[in-house]
Design a protein around this ligand. Sequence first.
Ligand SMILES: [Mg+2]
Length: 420
Amino acid sequence: METVFALVDCNNFYVSCERVFQPRLQNRPVIVLSNNDGCVVARSNEAKALGIGMGVPIFQVESILVQHQVEVYSSKYTLYGNMSRRVMEVLADFTPRMEIYSIDEAFLDLSELAAANRTEYGQNLRKTVKQWTGIPVSVGMARTKTLAKIANHIAKKSPRAAGVLDLTDSPWLEEALRQTDVKDVWGVGPAFAEFLKQAGIVTALQLRDAEETRIQKRMGVTGRRTMQELRGICCYSLERQPPLQKATAVTRSFGRPVTTLEHMQEAIACFAGRVGEKLRRQKAAAGILTVFLITNLFRTDEPRYFNSKVISLPTASSDSGELISYAVKGAAAIFRQGLRYKKAGVIAGQIVPQEQVQGNLFDEADRQRSKRLMETLDRINAKSSAPVWYAAEGIQRQWQTRFQKRSKRFTTSWDELKEV
Ligand SMILES: [Mg+2]
């Protein structure tokens, strides 16, 4: 049977999430910023029309923001994670044959659906997701994932498509490819786009019709597959959700009870940093983090407490700094004063291979920078007896399990020097 894929993609996802809870933001220019460096990570159509680019630092567009009274929000990743899950649950009601591709995109396999019903099915899906979650989505359908991506892109922009475009065996397919910039083709990164442009290949149509050996020489087997996908030959099938790998966890009993939030956060930061290392060693990334705290539950003479917090990451990550910042916030949310904590831990879940992580909502440069930083960190820590860690992980580490302090660091620790 010939394949048909649908790509369902949320429109301006982060902005749409904000609008669900603040209807007054409809039809107004809205942007969402990344939480540390103040770069634009999402824009409403109105904001795009004002010329606000993706990934630009806020100070560069400040005058536009003031002049047009643009609504500016900082990221609420937990909220976006929850909204994403709701959207995916509605899609799963339509078909179990789906692949969650990123926080706001999913591929559906519609090969068994009658051709005549496809557009109606897409409209129905769109209406249902909107009704149940408040999030607007666009649907693109075609013979391959690569073509479905292109169909989706046009469905979003063309008023005539009204959010749904079926390019399966369509007379419009060629025109769609002609209108698509080669840099927007799925799997063509900025570096390849540059090479293709220099070779005179500017549109998706030109890439489809290019000479295969020439493309493969430069872009490898991925390049050849992209060309075949553009020709309607399916190279990438639906990937069922990867079997959940065993969760990666770092949990410890404390050498002496932890009683302050400061020490608890140090410990949690340290655990999250180790979780990051473990993930990177497996070339994997985590979609959720669970932080838990626990007092000595066997003691009857003091209050007992156990709590955990699940944090959905906006994009699966193995970046220690990122994991630490979420884990530390999670710990603060469940920490109660006046208790003596015996044990705590950080557990990574929804683990996916690093290469499957798609950070399309983030500045790609940020991702690359983070990757380089982590590689450097891992290299230093592999060689050195004085490992590098984040300041959040604490210097004194009073909470550490006793046996971990077995080796005295006379030259590095004043506290231990005094004991001599
Ligand atoms: Mg989207």
